[in-house]
Design a protein around this ligand. Structure first.
Ligand code: PLP
Length: 358
């Protein structure tokens, strides 16, 4: 299938095949990795190697920790304010759409929050200008959603926040392009778009920040608990971590994040160009300067034709093109593992569909 699902999303075929080979027996252990103690030497190797690969591929400085946790990105929405939003401080959020809204909603249960910038007036079809971001006094952190999966918008550059930690939900664009990790206090991402299967959440956090959590937070929600335990405080999502390990090796073998980024640009250009050259038959939801390289959101002028498009595309093997119910229309998610061939096939299908229905 041409898999354009928004998440869980496509995995590299090579990775699935490799996992299939090792599924029943992992490295001569006489059992699957799923059946192994997370305290065993073999699993500890997977845990440590996965963290090391992350460091290498993403250029993560030594004063950051890489954690492989359970609970999804949604748990981080709550854990971040629990750890950093003390009563004398304000959690600042850039409102870019549905996921930023979910993040601030959790923070409001913990303490004081502020909207540092918003594109709500534009129905979240763009990322606010960085120059419009206003940090409140006593900001505990500034939270951004680097890629809004539903609206299909993406930060092209990140705000400079001085001493205020920049915290980023990168669930839908982690490892899709090079970033300067040292610009961030904390980066988090659910795995199920660019990293592997669901079940594991990556947290990359600067060392000085993990030391400040209030003593009243339960152990499981404290970053320092997981740091001290080398990310093995409780039973980790071991099979998902193993899959992330394979995906990281796949990225490395393809030349790293810069090459992946170029590939993503080539892929998405095929589809954005088809939209732009359609003379209005298709139109994009996101403002051009905020277009995402991960989720392409677009519509057809005619609602009936949109339904026909979805039905016909499904019949031709395209999966996941129906847009999210909040935005409607169509969405093609073009995460790292989606091959260029799928994007080419979609661009051709779109042109053909226009020819027959335009
Ligand atoms: N943040 C973003 C940007 C997302 O796209 C998603 C979607 O899955 C989430 C957070 C929620 O992640 P999870 O389902 O892992 O809690």
């Amino acid at each position: 299938a041409f898999n354009f699902n928004a998440g869980p999303a496509a995995l590299p075929l090579e990775v699935l095949e490799q996992a299939q080979q090792q599924f029943v027996e992992y490295q001569g252990a006489g059992m699957s990795i799923m059946e192994m103690s997370h305290r065993s030497e073999l699993y500890e190797q997977v845990n440590n190697e996965t963290q090391a690969l992350f460091r290498e591929i993403y250029g993560i400085p030594d004063n950051y920790h890489v954690l492989l946790l359970q609970g999804g990105a949604s748990t981080q929405f709550a854990t971040i304010p629990m750890n950093f939003l003390t009563p004398d401080k304000v959690g600042a959020y850039v409102m870019t759409g549905a996921w930023a809204e979910k993040a601030i909603k959790e923070a409001k249960l913990v303490g004081e929050t502020a909207v540092a910038a918003t594109s709500e007036a534009h129905k979240f079809n763009r990322i606010p200008a960085l120059s419009d971001i206003q940090l409140p006094d006593q900001a505990a952190y500034l939270h951004i959603t680097t890629n809004e999966t539903i609206g299909g918008t993406q930060f092209a550059e990140f705000p400079q926040t001085g001493n205020v930690p920049l915290i980023a939900d990168m669930s839908s664009d982690i490892l899709s392009r090079p970033v300067d990790v040292s610009q961030f206090g904390l980066i988090y991402a659910g795995a199920q778009k660019n990293l592997g299967p669901s079940g594991v959440t990556v947290v990359i956090v600067r060392d000085d920040l993990v030391k400040e959590s209030p003593k009243t937070i339960p152990a499981i929600f404290r970053y320092d608990t997981h740091v001290k335990a080398g990310s093995l405080y409780n039973t980790p999502p071991s099979f998902s971590v193993y899959m992330v390990n394979l995906v990281l090796k796949w990225i490395k073998a393809r030349g790293g994040v810069a090459q992946i980024n170029q590939y993503n640009r080539d892929k998405t250009k095929l589809i954005y160009d088809t939209i732009d050259q359609s003379g209005g038959f298709y139109y994009g939801f996101a403002a051009p300067e905020s277009r995402s390289l991960m989720n392409i959101t677009f519509r057809l002028q005619d609602a009936e034709l949109e339904k026909k498009f979805i039905k016909q595309s499904e019949a031709e093997g395209f999966v996941g093109l129906k847009g999210h119910r909040d935005v409607g229309g169509l969405r093609a998610s073009t995460y790292n593992a989606v091959p260029l061939e799928s994007c080419k096939a979609l661009a051709e299908f779109m042109a053909e569909f226009q020819k027959n229905n335009g």
